[in-house]
Design a protein around this ligand. Sequence first.
Ligand SMILES: Nc1ncnc2c1ncn2[C@@H]1O[C@H](COP(=O)(O)OP(=O)(O)OP(=O)(O)O)[C@@H](O)[C@H]1O
Ligand SMILES: [Mg+2]
Length: 352
Amino acid sequence: MRRQPVEALAEAPLLWAGMAALAAAIFAVDTLTDIDIAVAVLYVAVVLISVRTGRAGAVTLVGGSCGGLTILSFFLSRHGAPTTGLANCAISLLAIGITTTLAIRIGAAAEATRQAEARLAHMARVTTMGELAASIAHEVSQPLAAIAAHGSAAQRWLAAAPPNRDEARHALERVVADAGRAGEVIARLRRLVMRRPPSHDPVDLGEVIAETVTIVRSEVRRHHAVLRTEVDAGLPPVIGDRIQLQQVVLNLLVNAVEAIGAAEGEPRELQVAAATDGRTVTVSVRDCGIGVPPAALDRMFEAFYTTKPTGMGMGLAISRSIVEAHGGTVYVAPNLPRGAVFGFVLPLRPEG
Ligand SMILES: Nc1ncnc2c1ncn2[C@@H]1O[C@H](COP(=O)(O)OP(=O)(O)OP(=O)(O)O)[C@@H](O)[C@H]1O
Ligand SMILES: [Mg+2]
């Protein structure tokens, strides 16, 4: 019972005036009449009203004043039998005392509830911040790695004898492009976490896939895998945020490459496809990697779910948030004869 809500502060003078008027009326009836009932018991109403001040001190003050008025009235009262008056006075004091104690406890419980609510709200904000931090760390690590690789390539071209300025310039152009992408990714993620709607531009998913494939090409080669792309001819554009959708394709492709990297033997194939049925576009990433145990299928898209020693478990969670913000759905299924298919379906004409 420490903090007062703003409304309580605003209505405080009115509240005190009301309580004073009621107490005065009770005092007058109690002192001036010779009714054989404990009129002073009505002071409990004043005590209960005082709970609205939100302060334990105020409730104690009101309770004490009501008790004092009851005693004063007993001595001022010249009517009625003294024993009845004494009994009525005692009953009233008991009622006022009990009500005051209970009112203070109720107020303390209400304050504890309010504090618990505030703590919960704070925790929800911290969780959102934690997820934002984890998402940024996850999504920015790829462009940062690319920046480092292109930067050292530029250094090598410049250190060569004679220095190859053209190649160095190309490498530096890629550094600038990747730095721009990292900045865009952060801006898009912030928008996603703040629950702002994504951009509404026509996005050619065929182009997005082609660009993303170039990003993972060297990793595919490193794992001795082959990556095929199959995009429906005349695939219509979807409406959405190009950078966010590229992040989804990139996350699915990186997982597919990692799954094949963890698998032994043949075949070492990956396929990324985009197809339409006229109402929706489906993008699927198929791999012949280690596959997904059926029991884990439901948990794949949960934040922080990972089976990798250095994984964050954020890639699929971010992807699902992005796809759902675009009015679409994500899915996972086993691939035959081995591996997994992860994909998403987007409506061609999003609702609203
Ligand atoms: N293509 C796949 N084949 C098999 N398992 C997969 C595949 N894609 C995802 N998974 C499983 O889903 C889990 C969650 O994937 P997610 O991308 O969210 O996180 P991660 O890859 O573990 O870590 P990071 O946050 O760094 O991406 C993975 O740890 C893995 O167990
Ligand atoms: Mg991943």
